[in-house]
Design a protein around this ligand. Structure first.
Ligand SMILES: Nc1ncnc2c1ncn2[C@@H]1O[C@H](COP(=O)(O)OP(=O)(O)OP(=O)(O)O)[C@@H](O)[C@H]1O
Ligand SMILES: [Mg+2]
Length: 358
């Protein structure tokens, strides 16, 4: 039966090439927690998930389908791996843009084993024909397939083992509601609290054998945008500064200097964040301005504006979304040391706020 869908032998290798365990060079990412107990923060999500996983394990059933949403770098892919581990199940990883044709999905579904965890990243990007197929697979654990051609063609329903679909997205609003409604468990992840980021930094420093002072942990956590990926990235950079300048120990001074060099301010805003705020203020009188226009002015893709830059600035109260576009708040003016109404300049493309840096 497989031969109907996997005429192209490499299909699974090509499609199941998600980046679960990999950093750039393809080696395993040692900082990715493998157990729920090592996953810091997000307590409500964690405690619910541990109950659902335990119940599924006790009944030897597959876990209900899980929907994970939230800004980049908060741990969606990590959680998918943890769920598979805690279920003692096989993990198959792919991403929606890799599933181009029904044949691609069929190839994966026919290779699925009982209680397998099938992770689809960027699930908001699935094509409608693939979504339709997924509905039946999720609900009835069956797959519709046409065999033969012309008058002799017929439709068969192929049973597939009970599996758990985990769908992740940074754009929950872009997921079709019939698809969303088929997930029995939905976890919306939000930015981490400073103390959780601090535990993540301590854990990562331990794994990477980095010496870091407690003051430095606090300082670094405050500038990590509530995002584990950013915290880990900054920790690695500070390790470099400490290596060259301070016999390897990350102190508060090393962090302050390092952040200044990286142009990250005390609120965790980077140069481009400040540039975006300045653009709205100086070129668009504080807004409202549409995302597309803003992205073009900032020289960024609208996706990175919406997925990466904006969510943190909205959460921190620098920007608000209105039906007519993005607007800056008073906090943005005061953070940049500006006065509302006082600056309509031609440029708006500079970052003059060196004083904001440490
Ligand atoms: N709760 C956590 N505890 C410890 N480390 C974490 C946690 N969440 C994420 N990390 C670390 O942050 C990194 C980024 O997480 P991950 O790749 O899972 O994010 P993501 O939500 O899938 O992002 P994207 O939307 O860009 O795919 C991981 O490699 C892991 O090291
Ligand atoms: Mg991911």
């Amino acid at each position: 039966m497989n031969s109907d869908f996997t005429d192209d032998n490499g299909i699974e290798n090509n499609l199941l090439n998600g980046d679960y365990n990999q950093i750039k060079d393809g080696t395993e990412n040692p900082l990715r927690p493998k157990k729920l107990a090592d996953f810091q923060g997000q307590d409500a999500i964690k405690s619910n998930l541990s109950i659902f996983i335990q119940a599924a394990n006790d009944r030897s059933e597959s876990l209900d389908h899980v929907f994970l949403s939230g800004p980049p770098g908060l741990g969606k892919t990590t959680l998918a791996g943890i769920i598979a581990n805690e279920l003692g199940a096989e993990l198959k990883v792919t991403s929606a843009p890799a599933i181009e044709k029904p044949k691609d999905l069929a190839g994966i579904l026919t290779g699925i084993t009982e209680r397998c965890v099938f992770f689809i990243d960027e699930i908001h990007r699935l094509k409608p024909a693939i979504e339709e197929m997924l509905y039946i697979a999720m609900e009835d654990y069956e797959m519709d397939w046409v065999i033969g051609q012309g008058p002799s063609a017929r439709n068969i329903r192929i049973p597939i083992p009970q599996f758990t679909l985990i769908g992740a997205t940074t754009k929950a609003g872009a997921v079709a509601s019939p698809l969303y409604s088929r997930f029995g468990i939905s976890c919306r992840m939000d930015f981490y609290r400073a103390e959780d980021i601090m535990s993540i930094i301590r854990r990562s420093a331990g794994i990477l054998d980095i010496s870091i002072d407690e003051d430095a942990v606090v300082q670094l956590a405050g500038c990590s945008r509530g995002t584990p990926r950013v915290a880990n990235r900054l920790l690695r950079r500070m390790r470099d500064f400490a290596h060259v300048e301070n016999s390897g120990i990350i102190t508060k001074d090393i962090v302050m200097n390092g952040l200044k060099r990286l142009e990250i301010d005390a609120m965790g805003l980077e140069r481009l964040d400040r540039q975006i705020l300045r653009l709205i203020i100086e070129r668009y009188d504080g807004g409202p301005v549409g995302a597309e226009t803003l992205a073009i002015s900032a020289g960024e893709a609208v996706e990175s504006l919406e997925d990466f830059y904006e969510p943190y600035m909205i959460q921190q109260g620098f920007i608000k979304r209105t039906p007519r576009g993005r607007m800056v708040t008073d906090l943005a003016y005061s953070h940049l040391g500006l006065t509302p109404g006082a600056q309509r300049k031609a440029g708006g493309n500079t970052d003059e706020n060196q004083s904001l840096l440490f």
